[in-house]
Design a binder for this molecule. Structure first.
Ligand code: PLP
Length: 412
């Protein structure tokens, strides 16, 4: 069980009376990430690739950050693109894939995803790509594989969907869906932004072709990771200088990565190391040991902690007749992450959030850039949903404060 006091002591921004419940919007940083960025800016802010020692050391730090991300997703270093944001990474990917396709080829997008994994693909319609929509089921707010079946054809080139919706919190069976998509001869592009802060990532086990997530929602700085399976990265059209067309992953990274922020990514592993040495009696594995089992262990702790954290809030919301809780129901076998969204009968969502803010509680309302999902669920007129998105650094006390503020608001 995670020692929450220790966890919280690692995040300077948590020294606030506010309970931060907008973590699917962005997480705060552990001090180890801040230290790595600060160290880089103070000592190594110079050009990489030269032979003088400081340039070499700076290069090692940036490479270390890239390596950490490859280990984080369980991919090879050359398969991991680091970019400004998921929105930008997926736009670059769309531009890179388009030259491989003919007019009349088909792409499937959902209406549940964040627009980052819809817009770039929909825009390909301008150049003759046929875009089909895999629609969510309004009664459960979920995507069902059987609804994809009639959309697949021999012209389907790509299916894009989310690992975990940022408005619903249900986790999709990515590995099974990808197998089905591959049998149809198509590729799969998965948005892992909602999933990454909560569970171990393993792109090889999922079998995905493309997988993206944003580091600023996963305890890192404003950067994003895009995994591209090696054979595909070799084939896609470059977005960088011509002479880098064969260099992986540089061909999909126009210009340099952000040095100081990329160097700070090693700080995420420094934080995980601190968690391990605090929670384990035995010393951590030696430096250089395979991080896979260690990441499994950390994310098992996180999953266990998050489940206990979210339970009282979910149970409370389920019992309220005036509350509509989105996502998997009590009897559903679909796993859910602690992204908890709801509406309250008779109270627009902005009003609910404003009331909770008077208690120094910080959830959020809106469409969370998934306006198609909010429309399909008929929630536009109430100002979208109220979203309480928890991270493993939230405490049970904070959740209890939220439940008691909701009790007051609902008059129960
Ligand atoms: C599920 C999901 N996908 C994609 C994005 C876009 O990420 P970025 O801000 O890095 O473009 C977000 C951001 O809110 C998101 O929640």
């Amino acid at each position: 069980m995670l020692d929450i006091d220790f966890v919280r002591s690692q995040f300077p921004a948590l020294q606030t009376p506010w309970a931060l419940f907008d973590n699917a919007g962005g997480t705060v940083l552990p001090r180890q990430v801040i230290q790595r960025a600060s160290e880089f800016m103070q000592r190594y802010q110079m050009q990489l690739g030269a032979s003088y020692p400081l340039s070499v050391e700076a290069g090692e730090r940036v490479l270390g950050g890239r390596r950490a991300m490859a280990e984080m997703v369980h991919a090879d270093l050359e398969e991991v693109v680091i970019g400004h944001s998921t929105s930008l990474n997926l736009r670059l990917l769309a531009a890179s894939l388009r030259p491989l396709w003919q007019a009349g080829d088909e792409v499937v997008v959902t209406n549940l995803d964040h627009e980052a994994n819809i817009g770039p693909w929909r825009d390909l319609a301008d150049s003759g790509i046929v875009v089909k929509e895999w629609a969510l089921r309004p009664e459960t707010a979920t995507l069902e594989l059987e609804d994809l079946e009639p959309l697949l054809s021999e012209r389907t080139r790509l299916v894009c969907f989310t690992h975990c919706s940022n408005v619903v919190g249900a986790v999709h069976d990515v590995a099974a869906w990808v197998r089905r998509i591959h049998r149809a001869g198509a590729l799969a592009c998965v948005d892992g932004v909602g999933f990454a802060p909560h569970r171990r990532l393993d792109v090889k086990a999922l079998g995905v072709d493309f997988y993206s997530f944003s580091l600023y929602k996963a305890f890192g700085p404003h950067l994003a990771v895009l995994y591209v399976r090696r054979e595909l990265l070799q084939r896609v059209h470059r977005q960088n200088h011509g002479f880098l067309a064969d260099k992986l992953p540089d061909k999909l990274q126009p210009g340099n990565v952000n040095f100081e922020l990329t160097a700070s990514l090693m700080g995420i592993f420094d934080y995980f190391d601190a968690l391990e040495s605090h929670h384990l009696d035995a010393a951590s594995d030696p430096p250089g040991a395979d991080r896979g089992p260690r990441l499994e262990r950390i994310f098992d702790w996180v999953a266990d902690y998050e489940a206990r954290l979210a339970r009282p809030l979910i149970d409370f919301l389920r019992q309220q007749p005036k509350v509509r809780l989105l996502g998997p129901g009590a009897s559903s076998t679909v796993p859910r992450l602690p992204i908890i969204t709801f509406t309250v009968e008779g109270q627009p969502s902005p009003q609910v959030v404003a009331a909770l803010e008077t208690h120094q509680l910080a959830p959020r309302h809106g469409d969370f850039y998934a306006p198609r999902a909010i429309r399909a669920l008929g929630l536009e007129e109430v100002g979208g949903v109220v979203r309480v998105s928890l991270a493993h650094y939230n405490s049970s006390d904070e959740v209890a404060r939220l439940v008691s503020a909701l009790e007051q608001m609902l008059g129960v």
